[in-house]
Design a protein around this ligand. Structure first.
Ligand SMILES: *[C@@H]1O[C@H](CO)[C@@H](O)[C@H](O)[C@H]1NC(C)=O
Ligand SMILES: *[C@@H]1O[C@H](CO)[C@@H](O)[C@H](O)[C@H]1NC(C)=O
Ligand SMILES: *[C@@H]1O[C@H](CO)[C@@H](O)[C@H](O)[C@H]1NC(C)=O
Ligand SMILES: *[C@@H]1O[C@H](CO)[C@@H](O)[C@H](O)[C@H]1NC(C)=O
Ligand SMILES: *[C@@H]1O[C@H](CO)[C@@H](O)[C@H](O)[C@H]1NC(C)=O
Ligand SMILES: *[C@@H]1O[C@H](CO)[C@@H](O)[C@H](O)[C@H]1NC(C)=O
Length: 535
């Protein structure tokens, strides 16, 4: 009887608002008026999603409708982990893996994988952990660490030619630091990388900076480090690796202020760009080689260009957000034309953040196939999309500007990718205030939610369509038309072609009574019917 009263209470009006809309140029957001990390929660899921602030969004912003990949972590992030947002800023997928880094979609042997690092990141700016490779159903298909018992560092995991992986490594070594004013029996954090066979975990190539770089090439002093093993001096700080078509590697060293091109056979240094032993003629009068504390250097355009994120901060506090006019104080994305043979370099494009963000650590530059450029601001919760020649198409904060530099919300890199996710979980459903809430963490292909009703909860029950509603953001809200004849409901997810993807458990007035598990393209395979109170 109670049930019929419940249904009579349902009002048949227009569809309800689903996800919270993003903010547009909200000064209050950036002042922190909505909290240190504006979040939204959902009825059908215990996950939380960020609410972003679009400072600027041109029509052309993310015209391909791809997803944005970030890894929020920090003092204001209750559950750190990799996180995917759609073109409207709505949550698509997240999972509480803990502090995660370097979240990407990469191709391996013809399939796309989510790749990201998880581990202990409490090691003076580098990490000890592993890289996960999740397939399109979010199954952990591979977990990759360094070969020869080495942990994987958090900075880089790059799949080369859909076949092998390069990743960064750190290792403590005894070192005579007397030439630097340090102890004779001191310690350094050496920096290195390996190229690995993903299937076997065996190293194909391994390289360590200490064999090639003197301590006096570092721009960072000992600063009290180096006395003990656990305070080893981080003198090189590798933070990216790439490999070109000639089979040689390009690495970035934060503390040497330089990029180094390494022979892929012998490990010998072929050239250095920037730093104390720069070998390039700078056709831009110093603007291409004066890089400092830079990140994410990679070859582009058939190895005729390099993109990178350059701190280039000459600000005193390193945290300040500028007024948008003092370019020399802000971080910049760089697109450099390089001639690998004649060793000339020229700045072709510079990506200046409209707010003049200065990022003292982390950051990324991604050049997309359609010549869009995504710059992530690392320690500051922002990303900006540019045209190739540096015009801003959108400027997005995923945490308030008042928290920039405080490590409240940090994402090591930000990237943009297409992604098809087909989770093996059931979609989630909740009934609240006479509305049905449906979500499905990671399911990118649902176009419509179809609410269905049955008169009984028998396994043979016949379900009838009550209402169909386009999926809207992470959580879709469906208002149920008054229809006392259906006592049991469920929601079924359909793709753009009307193909069945999966359905939720069955709900009655007091919650779930019956479990059904749907499979892609198949009908129901398991049915668990609660027969204890059939009436
Ligand atoms: C350490 O290096 C200094 C030169 O920088 C050298 O004079 C000294 O002999 C070295 N000590 C050891 C133990 O090798
Ligand atoms: C790389 O090293 C190999 C082996 O020593 C050598 O044959 C080759 O010429 C080197 N390549 C470059 C570009 O220096
Ligand atoms: C490098 O040069 C460019 C162009 O002159 C300038 O904007 C930038 O601030 C410089 N960076 C540093 C670290 O001096
Ligand atoms: C890329 O460069 C290599 C030589 O470095 C050349 O053989 C190849 O044709 C180039 N490809 C394209 C698409 O320009
Ligand atoms: C490199 O320099 C030589 C000599 O100046 C010139 O002939 C050659 O065209 C240059 N190579 C490229 C790729 O510009
Ligand atoms: C940024 O780069 C400048 C050199 O231009 C350096 O002095 C400063 O320490 C760097 N900031 C940080 C903390 O990364």
């Amino acid at each position: 009887m109670a049930f019929y009263l419940w249904l009579l209470g349902v009002v048949w009006t227009s569809f309800a608002q689903a996800d919270v809309e993003p903010y547009y140029a909200s000064a209050d957001y950036d002042k922190g008026e909505f909290g240190p990390w504006p979040l939204q929660s959902y009825k059908s899921s215990s996950l939380v999603g960020p609410v972003v602030n679009y400072l600027f969004r041109a029509e052309e912003c993310n015209k391909d409708g791809k997803y944005t990949f970030i890894t929020p972590r920090g003092y204001s992030v209750p559950q750190a982990g990799p996180l995917i947002l759609d073109k409207h800023g709505s949550l698509v997928w997240t999972k509480g893996y803990g502090p995660s880094y370097d979240f990407n979609v990469q191709r391996y042997k013809g399939e796309n994988y989510l790749t990201f690092w998880v581990g202990n990141d409490d090691l003076v700016g580098h990490g000890s952990g592993s890289y996960y490779m999740l397939d399109s159903s979010y199954k952990e298909a591979y977990k990759v660490s360094g070969a020869n018992g080495k942990a994987a560092d958090l900075h880089e995991f790059r799949i080369i030619h859909e076949n092998t992986a390069v990743l960064t490594l750190y290792n403590v070594l005894p070192a005579n630091l007397s030439s630097m004013g340090g102890p004779e029996n001191g310690y350094i954090w050496d920096s290195g990388f390996q190229e690995l066979n993903i299937e076997t975990g065996e190293a194909i190539f391994e390289w360590w900076a200490s064999a090639y770089f003197g301590y006096d090439e570092a721009y960072r002093g000992i600063e009290g480090e180096g006395e003990e093993k656990n305070t080893a001096w981080d003198y090189f700080h590798i933070n990216s690796v790439d490999k070109d078509q000639d089979g040689n590697y390009l690495i970035s060293s934060r503390y040497m202020n330089c990029l180094t091109y390494i022979n892929g056979t012998s490990g010998d240094i072929i050239w250095k760009l920037g730093g104390k032993h720069n070998m390039f003629v700078d056709l831009s009068g110093g603007a291409a080689t004066n890089i400092s504390w830079q990140h994410d250097a990679r070859f582009q355009k058939n190895d005729t260009a390099i993109t990178l994120f350059d701190n280039a901060s000459r600000g005193s506090d390193g945290f300040s957000v500028g007024d948008g006019t003092s370019e020399e104080y802000s971080s910049r994305g760089l697109y450099l034309d390089i001639d690998k043979t004649n060793l000339t370099v020229k700045v072709r494009y510079t990506y200046w953040n409209p707010r003049g963000i200065t990022s003292i650590s982390q950051g990324s530059v991604q050049l997309l196939e359609d010549d869009r450029v995504i710059v992530g601001y690392g320690i500051n919760a922002a990303w900006t999309e540019y045209t190739l020649d540096g015009q801003v198409l959108c400027d997005v904060h995923f945490g308030p500007e008042s928290g920039f530099g405080t490590k409240d919300i940090v994402s090591y890199r930000a990237s943009r990718h297409a992604w098809v996710g087909k989770p093996k979980t059931l979609p989630d459903i909740a009934v609240h205030d006479h509305k049905i809430y449906v979500s499905w963490n990671g399911a990118t292909e649902v176009a419509d939610w179809v609410l269905e009703g049955a008169k009984t909860k028998m396994s043979t029950a016949e379900y009838h369509v009550i209402v169909s509603q386009p999926k809207d953001g992470f959580e879709t809200v469906i208002l149920v038309p008054e229809n006392p004849s259906y006592r049991f409901i469920r929601a079924r997810g359909l793709d753009r072609s009307g193909y069945f993807l999966g359905h939720t458990k069955v709900m009655a007035e007091n919650g779930p009574l019956e479990m059904k598990i749907g499979l892609y393209g198949a009908t129901i395979i398991i049915q668990t019917v609660d027969t204890s109170d059939l009436s």
